[in-house]
Design a protein around this ligand. Structure first.
Ligand SMILES: [Ca+2]
Ligand SMILES: [Ca+2]
Length: 473
């Protein structure tokens, strides 16, 4: 891996292909950390300000029913980069890095697959949670830099007893001090260059992951006193099994009760929105650079978030659940051959990104992949798809999401069923309703069989033995 300062822009065109149609499209993959459906184009929070994401959505194809394979950072990203679900690779929680998972020993990352087929690979920011290290370090030719933490000297709001990861506030003063902004500029600089091979550029932004720090001007977009809060009626909990209701007792996120007790709900919601608008601005820098570059007409863009995020819905904060707020993600494709406009409402999974890019770039089929190419839906968004999006969280718990339904089965047999045609907030659990037995059985057929056991790296097993909870945000 070469650091950015040694960028070999001797990449200058050393040969010209004989026929232009032989030139493979470049790939620009933008990932955003912990962004739920609060974007203009998905409508999860109508007042949100995301002009650049919305413009990209207008130019490309929106998958409005896209879901992560696992609702937590590292495992979700391992799934995207391997094209495999947790039930195959065995990472159901934060913990193992890609290169530590025995099931992935012979499985090339998405970047490696493109590199092996003639691409130069560049990557910056949070793409794989643990970075490209060890045996996969060489998958990336040019490193644009990793995590740049920007933290104030003292916590800004942090209520007593909360994890330091969960502070929020107006910091720093200027965008230029933010790691994401610097990453956007590095990516923009790269896009100005000429390459003698097609490129695969991965850009991974950190916001709106906690801590929710962003410069003041992004907070100014949202009035903390009047901004609408998500719907989280107490009555919603009555028909829920206990399974994931207490999940934040062992993760770092605060409980909803603590958020309310400390009067933090409005501040956290404003900070999440500010972070989204800030990251939207960073995405805009990269997209503007691409548009002005020599690669504008020959670059496939894919943009996704690694999982969703609760801000109080079902009295939960953050991720890890199998409900819509945790699993639903923005997923957009744009570029050559993709007609702008219509939204696809068929289910899609983040593990579909790998086979979709392989097909769009006409690389040889990768038989290891378990996702399904979305090219039929890129060509015609009305193309029906039978296969649901399947999300797993912790061993043995799965959600099946079709166009109209969500069915959840927990390891202990507890169930939930929601009809999205009439209940997009998933307020009414129909799992015990005899009238829905048939649809429930039909959905249950998709539950993964022979799921790989959870793999925990040695360091994590030791932490658990020592009584330390391994989860980190
Ligand atoms: Ca994440
Ligand atoms: Ca309910």
């Amino acid at each position: 891996m070469k650091p950015f300062s040694f960028l070999l822009f001797s990449f200058a065109l050393s040969f010209a292909p004989l026929h232009s149609e032989e030139v493979k499209p470049n790939v620009l993959m933008i990932s955003i950390d912990d962004l739920n459906d609060w974007t203009g184009f998905l409508g999860g929070y109508p007042e949100v300000h995301t002009p650049h994401l919305d413009e990209l959505a207008r130019q490309g194809r929106i998958f409005s029913n896209a879901h992560c394979a696992i609702p937590v950072c590292s495992s979700s990203r391992v799934s995207v980069m391997s094209g495999l679900p947790a039930t195959t690779h065995g990472s159901y929680e934060i913990g193992p890095a890609y290169q530590e998972l025995p099931a992935l020993e012979e499985v090339p990352t998405l970047q490696r697959y493109f590199k092996d087929h003639g691409y130069v690979t560049l990557s910056g920011g949070k793409v794989l949670h643990h970075g490209f290290r060890g045996r996969i370090a060489d998958d990336i030719d040019v490193d644009l830099g990793g995590r740049k933490k920007t933290r104030p000297k003292e916590m800004i709001h942090l209520p007593k007893g909360w994890s330091k990861a969960w502070d929020w506030g107006q910091f720093p003063k200027n965008d230029t001090e933010m790691g994401d902004h610097q990453l956007a500029l590095s990516a923009a600089e790269v896009l100005e260059k000429d390459f003698d091979q097609p490129f695969f550029l991965s850009v991974g932004f950190f916001r709106p992951h906690v801590p929710l720090y962003a410069p003041p001007k992004w907070f100014d977009l949202y009035d903390v006193d009047t901004l609408p809060l998500p719907k989280s009626p107490e009555s919603d909990l009555a028909d829920l099994p206990m399974n994931f209701r207490t999940i934040n007792d062992y993760a770092l996120a605060p409980t909803h009760a603590k958020v309310l007790e400390t009067g933090s709900q409005r501040g956290l919601t404003q900070a999440y929105l500010a972070s989204i608008s800030f990251v939207d601005h960073c995405v805009g820098i990269v997209l503007d650079a691409l548009e002005k570059s020599p690669h504008a007409d020959n670059t496939v863009i894919v943009l996704w978030s690694d999982h969703g995020f609760h801000l109080g819905e079902k009295h939960h904060w953050a991720k890890r659940t199998l409900w819509e707020e945790s699993t639903r993600v923005p997923l957009l494709f744009a570029g050559p051959g993709i007609d702008p406009g219509e939204t696809c409402v068929e289910p899609a999974s983040l593990i579909d990104i790998f086979p979709t890019l392989v097909e769009l770039c006409e690389l040889p089929k990768n038989s290891l992949l378990e996702g399904i190419s979305l090219v039929p839906q890129l060509e015609d968004p009305k193309t029906p798809r039978e296969h649901p999006a399947i999300t797993s969280s912790y061993f043995g718990n799965h959600a099946i999401r079709t166009r109209d339904w969500r069915y959840i089965r927990y390891a202990d047999g507890a169930e939930e069923l929601y009809d999205h045609r009439v209940d997009p907030d998933e307020f009414t659990n129909l799992a015990k309703d005899p009238e829905h037995e048939v649809i429930k059985q039909r959905l249950a057929k998709w539950l993964p069989k022979n799921a790989a056991p959870e793999f925990k790296p040695v360091r994590q097993r030791e932490q658990v033995r020592g009584g330390v909870i391994p989860a980190t945000e």
